[in-house]
Design a protein around this ligand. Structure first.
Ligand code: HGY
Ligand code: MN
Ligand code: MN
Length: 410
């Protein structure tokens, strides 16, 4: 009797959600003990599915299911195993576990394909620890920036030290690049993280494109002072300047079609209730399907920061910490996914992704395609994130079909 692979995926998602830095919530940041435990457990499941397992220089977990012929090409499947803080259990791991379920079925039926399959559990897509997204997929794509190794986390640990501590090799990251001549492409299953499939009452959808994004660290520098003695008209309050800037960010997002702009992190220093903040540090995340529109929006926000700073006699700094261009998914692979979806449900909707994904980074190396799975209430980056076993079952069936289509002689 064949196993219920969707049920196994759901059980494994529950198990991985327990592996966290933080008690009572799911948080797995790059090169952490929680990521080491995750690589161990997912590696066991990869081996059960007949794969050999390795961890590359940056910490990506890679399972290899051999081709019928040793010189066969390679199909890459996967997603990321790191999470945001207080995450749901689907964002990332769902794509890795569905891929393992597909390979498990090949292994169980002793099927060898004309190509090998490599399932990748990327080490860092979210960029929580060092604010540089796609570290794992950029290493595999060959676009990793060695300058990033000097970045420090909140504890002052450099990325190079973190990678060494994890057991990786920061000096060998260039060797992690995939062999572009052997790759058929990269396909990623991911929870939609939006409400569209739920509104269409469909289990899955195919991704047409992935929005570009700019991430920046911004600080306003005023003057700390006594909250009780400094008159309001003599203050250089950095946090009040940041607050005015945050409202400008929100207003630009509300008034520019297709643009989303978010301040997700903020810190007021020195951080005491009776001290006027001398410094305010915040993050900025700006996205749009069109790169020129996104870049223009960032220029406008820089001008607005300048205006606020001069009106308030404070200084300001802007450091762009991540930038990725919008990516259009590969037409041929996307068509194969659409064919497979149409064999599972009445229509194969094409959706643009506002969320970033490893597929965006992987597009620098090979053709990419993505399959979205319905997300309850469109809620994600939140422990309430949820998808149903029935929809995961559809996703597994679609990916099996996709693989069979790819294996057919051209
Ligand atoms: O932020 C994103 O779009 C993705 O979840 N890393
Ligand atoms: Mn993700
Ligand atoms: Mn995410």
């Amino acid at each position: 009797m064949s196993s219920d692979h969707a049920k196994i995926v759901m059980q494994r998602l529950d198990a991985l959600a327990q592996i966290s830095e933080d008690d009572g919530q799911t948080t797995r940041i790059f090169a952490s003990p929680a990521m080491r435990r995750t690589n161990h457990d997912v590696g066991l499941w990869m081996r059960e599915a007949g794969m050999s397992v390795r961890v590359d220089a940056v910490g990506n977990l890679i399972g290899h299911y051999p081709a019928a012929q040793p010189d066969g090409k390679i199909l890459l499947l996967g997603s990321h195993l790191d999470t945001v803080r207080d995450a749901g259990k689907f964002d990332g791991p769902l794509g890795v576990l569905v891929a393992i379920a597909c390979v498990q079925q090949l292994h169980d039926s002793k099927t060898r394909l004309p190509f090998a399959i490599e399932v990748v559990g990327f080490a860092d897509e979210e960029g929580v620890r060092f604010q540089s997204a796609y570290l794992g997929s950029r290493a595999l794509a060959g676009t990793f920036d060695p300058e990033d190794l000097k970045r420090t986390d909140a504890k002052g640990i450099t990325m190079a030290e973190a990678i060494r501590e994890f057991g990786g090799n920061p000096d060998a990251i260039a060797s992690a690049k995939g062999d572009v001549n052997r790759l058929l492409g990269y396909a990623e299953v991911h929870i939609e993280q939006g409400p569209v499939l739920e509104q269409k009452n469909l289990a899955v959808g195919v991704v047409s494109a992935i929005a570009g994004q700019t991430r920046a660290r911004i600080s306003f520098l005023g003057q700390a002072g006594h909250a009780g003695t400094v008159p309001m008209n003599l203050r250089r309050d950095a946090l009040a300047a940041a607050a005015e800037f945050i409202l400008a960010v929100e207003s630009l997002g509300q008034n520019r079609g297709g643009l989303v702009a978010t301040v997700g992190e903020i810190a007021a220093l020195p951080g005491a209730s009776n001290v006027i903040p001398g410094e305010a540090r915040l993050s900025l995340d700006v996205r749009h399907p069109d790169d020129a529109t996104r870049v223009k929006a960032c220029h406008e926000l820089k001008s607005r920061a300048e205006e606020i700073a001069s009106e308030r006699d404070v200084k300001w700094k802007w450091e762009t910490v991540h930038e990725s261009a919008a990516v259009v998914c590969n037409r041929r692979l996307t068509l194969l996914l659409e064919n497979a979806v149409k064999r599972q449900q009445p229509e194969a909707p094409l959706l643009a992704s506002g969320a970033g994904h490893d597929a965006a980074a992987m597009s620098a190396l090979c053709p990419v395609a993505m399959l979205f799975v319905r997300c309850q209430g469109g809620i994600s980056h939140n422990p309430a994130e949820s998808a149903s076993a029935a929809d995961v079952r559809v996703a597994v069936a679609v990916m099996n079909d996709f693989i069979v289509q790819l294996a057919r002689p051209a």
